[in-house]
Structures are given as structure tokens and as C-alpha cells.
Design a protein around this ligand. Sequence first.
Ligand code: COA
Length: 393
Amino acid sequence: MSETTNPGLEGVIVAETELSDVDGEAGELIIGGYPLEELAANASYEESVFLLFKGRLPTADELETFRTDLAARRRITEEVRQVLRRAAADGAPAMDALRMGVAAASLEDEGGERENADVDTTAETGSGPRADAIRLVAVVPTVVATYWRYRRGEEPLEPRSDLNHAANYLYLLTGEEPTPADVRGLETYLNTVIEHGVNASTFTARTVVSTDSDLISAITAAVGALKGPLHGGAPGPVLEMLREVHEEGDPEGYVREKLEGGERLMGFGHRVYRVRDPRAAVLSDAAERLYAQSADADFFETVQAFESTAVDALAEHKPDRRLETNVEFYTAALLDGVGVPQELFTPTFAVSRVGGWSAHCLEQLEDNRLVRPVSRYVGETGRTWTPVDERGV
Ligand code: COA
């Protein structure tokens, strides 16, 4: 057994996957065989999910069937709504509400145990992993939007099966049919962040199903992992930072103050990428197209100018560590541009990533091995028992 301790598991290969390849040195991301740049602005989100679940893009007929199938599973039960109503009334953060809503999604079942052992993993109906995967992808937008409507004192809307996945999500949030430009912008975002190797939340999901637990438990745990600001929680603070800089007009001063105060600049740095995150380029292009048609075009100019100021300052601040733009930086601008409220940025990441999480769970189950690393004991040894009333500190 190796004597080296690797607390962040950096560089440790824990799985073989056909879902995505992240090349942190070259700044390249391949999803299901396609360079991100091929997929992001062309595919519908439904096509990306199909690609991950089946290993290839669908034919026109298959896509239609898959769309219909997903749309038919978007509704949540009254009991789940009650959980979300209560979460909203208590002011619970959106990611906590999503965790509660996903966990309660199994209330949809009419009894029966949910476990992976002995079930047909290829069945797309019933309560097996593949059916759960499709259902989870379908309901996450409904859970997020239902919570949001309650938070705003509005009644939730019924999902619309005539709208595609991205359009239906925007409709559920706002009650209005979104413009094609907003749908395309959101869809590009959803395709861009759907899958990204064995990041913290994906590893969490794989670990849960490796015990032969079920997908709803795995995705509930993954939502918990995504919530943290070091993983999925950054785009909200990025938007606040960008709005502040846009209003005050002093990007250099802002960056200097943060770095001199020992703070991190949100939207920069990555555990794997040592160059600009390729997702930043795709999202930046999408945001540029969107803002070109918007009244907020000058905000996007601030965003672009801020990026170069920040990258230069970070290079000076940490010359031995390449801190480049990560995915969250342009996520903030793009999601704000399509009308997703800031509080829902991380849940909207989950609206997309649930496709990747679920695909990883299915892949793990195909050739499962219980995930069980080891730790190195560094504590005391040889202690002897002392009765409680004889113990000093
Ligand atoms: N701003 C300023 N300094 C940063 C930084 C940032 N965004 N990211 C890393 N650093 C600094 C750290 O302070 C650390 O300095 P030190 O050695 O003096 O302590 C050094 O760079 C290395 O950081 P480390 O925490 O080891 O890198 P990591 O690989 O664990 O971190 C992130 C990756 C993403 C957690 C980190 O870059 C970060 O916190 N970024 C901001 C949050 C963010 O955008 N998250 C979304 C990720 S997609």
C-alpha cells in the first residue's frame, strides 16, 4: 500500500469513463467524444443528455421520443410542493430547498423498495436506475422553479410539455414564454456544464451508488456537494462582484483591494485547469451574442474588461500558480442575461449537471466496485481506559 497521503485525491484516477475528458494542461474538454465547442451551441439539452445516457447522439425519432418521455415526467407531487413551500416560507437557501425536493422525489413511487441490486439497469420505466435517471433530469427544473415561485409569493406553474427542457425551465420561473435567444443562451450553458469528469459532486454520486444505493440518494448527496462555494457556489458572488465593479468603475482598485486583503477572486482558478477553462470561452461567446441584443450591453463590456484586469493581477499576485478564468465567471453574465435570478445560479448548475451525475451513476453500476479508500492513522496509540471521574484534561 502506498505511504503517500493525498488529501484532495489530486491526480488519482478513480474511474474509467466514456463520458468526458478534461485536459487541464491543454484546456480541452471532450463530452461523449465531441469537443465542447462542437456540442455547446448546437445541441439541445435533451440531445446532450441522450448522448451521455446512450453513448451517441439520437436520431430524429429517438430525440422526439426522449423529449416526450422527459416532458411526461416533469411534474412533482403535492407533497413535494409542500416541502418546497415550507422551505421557501422559512427562507431556506435555494440549494437546501433543491436537496429537500430531490430527496422527496421518491414520493412519486407507489411503494416498493428502491435499490439497484437485482433490478434491470436498462429499463427506462419503473423504479430502476435508468428510469430514476430520466426522472431526476426531468424534475430538477420543476423543483427549483416551484421553490422560486413560492419564495416570491407566487403559485407554482404546471410544466409545459410543448416546450423543450430549457424553455420550460425559463417558463416555470417567469410564467412567460421565453425568447429564442434566451432559450439558446440557457441551452448553451446547460450543455457546457452538463459533464466534467470526476469533480467533487460527481465523485460523491458515484460513491453513493457504489454501495448499491439508489440514484435519488446519490443525486441528493451530489446536490449537497455542489452547494459549497469552492465547487458550484461561485457564480452568485461573481455577479455581485461584476455589478459592483460596473457601478463603481474601478476594476484595478477592486482587484487590488481584494488580493491585498487576502481574499480570492471568485471565477478564477481551478483544481484541474492550468489555462483558461475552455467552458469560459464557450460561455463568453454565448454571452456576447446575447448581450449584443440587450439594453445591458455596457455591462458585458465591463465583464470583458474585468477579466483581463483580474488575470493580469492574479499572475502578478501568484506568479508560480496559473490562475485563469474558470467556468463560473461567464456563467454569471450569461445566466443573468437570460433572466435566471442570482439566487438560482447554483441550482441552475444542478439543472444541467444532474444529467452528468446520473450518467456517471449508470456507468458506475455497469461495472461496480465499492468506493473505499484508506486513511493513514496519525493519532495516539497505546492509551489505557480511565473511569470518567478520574479523568483530568
Ligand atoms: N483568487 C486569489 N487567489 C487564489 C485564487 C483566486 N481565485 N485561487 C487560488 N488562489 C491562490 C490561493 O490562495 C493559494 O495561495 P496560497 O498558496 O498562498 O495559499 C494558491 O492560489 C493555490 O490555491 P489552492 O486553494 O491550492 O488551489 P485549488 O486547486 O485548491 O483551488 C479553487 C481551486 C477553484 C478552489 C480556487 O482557485 C478558488 O477558490 N477559486 C475561487 C472560487 C471559484 O471561482 N470557484 C469555482 C471553481 S469552478
